[in-house]
Design a protein around this ligand. Structure first.
Ligand SMILES: [Zn+2]
Length: 351
């Protein structure tokens, strides 16, 4: 791994920082899902060829709901056939290691993160697994009915129309996806939650997105202006890699998510929380335990002895002795504070 990237990730790991991963079409491309923004997304209605940016609109749905549904049923079929890849799995591992210090924000509607096992996912462009009432009658989000395998030539029938009717008001059900002529919101797309997570993140890890839409770009800019670590994983130059290259704490990791993410996750993710609660006699023992990987050291015995000898003042004295000894140990190993304690303090071990 590049030393600069390693240093950034080590910092986040040492500080037990929070991580926001932002993913886009690039991570799913390696599972065989096209972006549907190029020629593979074109759709013929009547004698006209429609661009994906014209199909995925409320305006088109209002005009030709049957055609928009035909297009989506074909696209959703492609998503259902795809399986999560090493990039998706790496982010599951990161969540398992960081717990609530991890948030995943995805632009992908294919549900592959969810199917891989990610739990804290904000699907800011929706998720193909669900539908909702197009008239927003209060039905809420329901599972997309299973309509069998569709390809681009499958016709739309009266039976399909019935299956895609709102059970509450009888109007059309619509895919639970954000269309080009619609705005982000919290209720359907968790937009505020995603921005809040960006405002709290110590590392923003951008994977396989070109930043074409505005909420993802805002997340990148928040990271840039807060001067937190900003790592862009993408084989190509893009607006996020430009931000990362301009940021003092940014890095453009040029390559595919499948190839790079497992290594990045290994560098930033803790395996578990280690709490040492035994054998502490001196402040130097605390420093040794932290250097060996403990995140927390319990010192009940010393304070109990102090309390037994001198009450509250005795406990305070015991804590003072331990902390003075810690300070001295910091000096011996050349550290200014706890965050600079690591395996490197031991002779013969490298960081
Ligand atoms: Zn309805």
């Amino acid at each position: 791994m590049e030393p600069r990237l390693k240093a950034l990730l080590d910092e986040v790991r040492a500080a037990r920082g929070t991580v926001l991963a932002l993913t886009g079409a690039g991570i799913s491309a390696e599972s065989g899902i096209p972006t549907f923004r190029g020629s593979e997304g074109y759709w013929v209605v009547g004698s006209r060829n429609y661009m994906p940016q014209e199909m995925a609109t409320k305006e088109m749905f209002d005009r030709r709901p049957d055609e928009v549904w035909r297009w989506y049923l074909y696209r959703f079929g492609v998503c259902k056939d795809a399986a999560p890849n090493a990039g998706h799995r790496a982010l599951v591992t990161l969540e398992e290691r960081l717990g609530d210090r991890f948030t995943l924000v995805t632009q992908n509607i294919d549900g592959l993160h969810r199917r891989a096992g990610s739990k804290r996912v904000f699907a800011i462009h929706g998720d193909a697994a669900w539908v909702r009432c197009a008239a927003e009658c209060g039905l809420g989000r329901v599972d997309q009915p299973d309509m069998g395998r569709r390809d681009a030539a499958t016709p739309f029938t009266a039976a399909d129309r019935k299956v895609l009717s709102c059970p509450r008001c009888g109007g059309w059900l619509r895919p639970h996806v954000l269309w080009f002529d619609e705005c982000y919101d919290e209720e359907n797309y968790a937009a505020d939650s995603a921005l809040r997570a960006a405002g709290a993140a110590d590392l923003v890890l951008v994977v396989g997105t070109s930043g074409a839409t505005n909420l993802p770009m805002q997340i990148g800019e928040i990271a840039f202006f807060r001067r937190v670590a900003l790592v862009d994983v993408n084989p190509e130059e893009n607006p996020f890699s430009e931000l990362a290259e301009r940021s003092p704490r940014g890095f453009h990791a040029r390559g595919s998510a499948c190839a790079l993410l497992p290594e990045i996750v290994e560098a930033v993710g803790d395996r578990c929380t280690v709490i040492l609660d035994s054998g502490i006699r001196r402040g130097s023992d605390i420093v040794k335990a932290l250097g060996l990987g403990a995140q927390m050291v319990l010192v009940g015995r010393a304070t109990l002895y102090g309390t037994a000898c001198g009450g509250q003042a005795g406990a305070a004295r015991a804590i003072k002795i331990l902390s003075d000894e810690m300070e001295r140990s910091f000096g011996y190993v050349g550290a200014r504070n706890v965050s600079e304690i690591g395996p490197h303090i031991f002779a013969g071990r490298s960081a």
